[in-house]
Write a protein that binds this ligand. Structure first.
Ligand SMILES: Cc1cc2nc3c(=O)[nH]c(=O)nc-3n(C[C@H](O)[C@H](O)[C@H](O)COP(=O)(O)OP(=O)(O)OC[C@H]3O[C@@H](n4cnc5c(N)ncnc54)[C@H](O)[C@@H]3O)c2cc1C
Length: 404
């Protein structure tokens, strides 16, 4: 039995479901075929551009952005079931709807902290889906889950900032459509407050000194549809001071704000990934026979399917509760629940995907089913969306505080 949402959400959900069935799932294979024929694997297959145009025509566009001026004006609770549906095809659907990371977080930053010129130059084409963007914080040399460690320097020189540093796993940067980087670095490395040392600046891709060095792999996958995850070097990269986002020293605060709504989108989509895994498991279980009976009649398979269903129902309720809390009492009030879903969701969905892979035998680890790639994506989120241990630390500290 499905959860019932308000009329607008239900209407969008029905339209999105139809869009997935009619357009997105059939495009999965076409996109792979088209990519194989492209000059560069980082270019965007035509079918993805077609999906974008169609989604926009159907009003299934920028649904993630709560700000009604630029986006659909949906609450987190309204967006959650829609993001879940896109999670069923995470390579194509979020991009088709202009709701893919890291553009979503970057658009939120620009909408919230950008000045008029920055919005005109970068937010508008991002909202129109004409360009993509990257968020460059993580560095290979330091433990970057602690943002105070960041070593990239952003030094004022007259009317410019000069940037030097090395970043990696910068999602989206391999795609030539990625035209703008939001770069986090230190403007005041010796400042007394470690949370006021950082700033964020906008660096256009074609700025001299910015080099996209190589594509990092994720369990061997290159994530072409996400524009890959690049190592990027900044050597005496010079941008005008007007490219600063917000104020000097405001980078940490902006990064925290960026961890807001956008950061639970992964959890919303993971529920959709788990639903797809359950569907594939059930289809396979009734279609394959081993040792004289369909796999579906094996007790252990029934146990996997039942446990997966129970887990998904629990996770969905927790994700929806978190979304509702964010809407009603704000991100601070939803702190425990945000940490809780970031711990529980990828971990549980990895387990469900693992069972689905097992049930598919060799097919499960192959390129003929989406399961192996979905598993890698879900497993990666146990660290890429902030390591589990950091969320556990944060949740436990809040819990313990009540007893100190
Ligand atoms: C596919 C992918 C895409 C990414 N996209 C981007 C991007 O677009 N932009 C960007 O800037 N970065 C991106 N990242 C980087 C990601 O945000 C970082 O990997 C993450 O923040 C962890 O930082 P780190 O890799 O430096 O790990 P570290 O900070 O070195 O942490 C390593 C491990 O140490 C342990 N640990 C850390 N802190 C604690 C603690 N307090 N208690 C206990 N254990 C702890 C955890 O087990 C953790 O996994 C991406 C990463 C991946 C894999």
């Amino acid at each position: 039995m499905d959860f019932a949402f308000d009329a607008r959400t239900e209407e969008l959900r029905a339209r999105l479901d139809a869009f997935m069935t009619d357009r997105v799932y059939p495009a999965e294979r076409v996109a792979d075929e088209q990519r194989a024929a492209l000059a560069s694997p980082w270019d965007t297959p035509q079918v993805v551009e077609d999906l974008k145009a169609e989604a926009r025509r159907q009003g299934l566009w920028n649904l993630f952005l709560p700000d009604a001026e630029h986006g659909a004006g949906l609450t987190n609770l309204q967006y959650a079931p829609l993001a879940e549906i896109t999670g069923r095809s995470p390579q194509l659907a979020p991009t088709a709807l202009n709701c893919a990371a890291p553009d979503t977080g970057n658009m939120e930053v620009l909408a919230q902290f950008g000045d008029d010129e920055q919005k005109k130059r970068w937010l508008e084409p991002l909202l129109a889906g004409e360009i993509r963007s990257a968020f460059a914080m993580t560095e290979p040399e330091v433990a970057s889950s602690d943002a105070t460690n960041i070593e990239t320097r952003i030094e004022r020189d007259g009317d410019d900032y000069v940037i030097n540093g090395r970043k990696w796993y910068i999602s989206g940067a391999m795609n030539p459509l990625c035209q703008i980087f939001i770069v986090m670095g230190k403007t005041d490395p010796d400042g007394a407050d470690p949370r006021r040392q950082q700033s964020m600046v906008l660096v256009p891709r074609d700025t001299p000194g910015l080099t996209v060095k190589r594509a990092m792999q994720v369990y061997g996958y290159e994530d072409h549809y996400h524009g890959g995850h690049a190592e990027v070097v900044f050597e005496d990269v010079r941008v005008p001071v007007g490219n600063l986002i917000g104020e000097e020293g405001g980078g940490f605060g902006i990064a925290q704000a960026r961890l807001g709504p956008g950061r639970i989108h992964h959890c919303m989509r993971l529920i959709g990934m788990a639903e797809r895994a359950i569907e594939l498991m059930c289809r396979r279980a009734v279609a394959r026979t081993a040792f004289g009976k369909p796999l579906a009649q094996q007790g252990v398979v029934q146990e996997w399917i039942a446990d997966a269903r129970v887990a998904v129902e629990q996770l969905r309720l927790l994700v929806l509760k978190t979304a509702w809390l964010m809407d009603t009492v704000g991100n601070r009030g939803a702190h425990t629940e945000i940490q809780a879903i970031k711990i529980a969701t990828p971990r549980t969905v990895v387990d469900i995907l693992d069972k689905a892979v097992q049930l598919h035998g060799a097919g499960g680890v192959s390129q003929d089913f989406p399961l192996a790639e979905l598993w890698a994506a879900a497993r990666t989120l146990r660290l890429a969306d902030g390591p589990d241990e950091v969320h556990q630390r944060s949740l436990a500290r809040r819990e313990l505080k009540r007893y100190l």
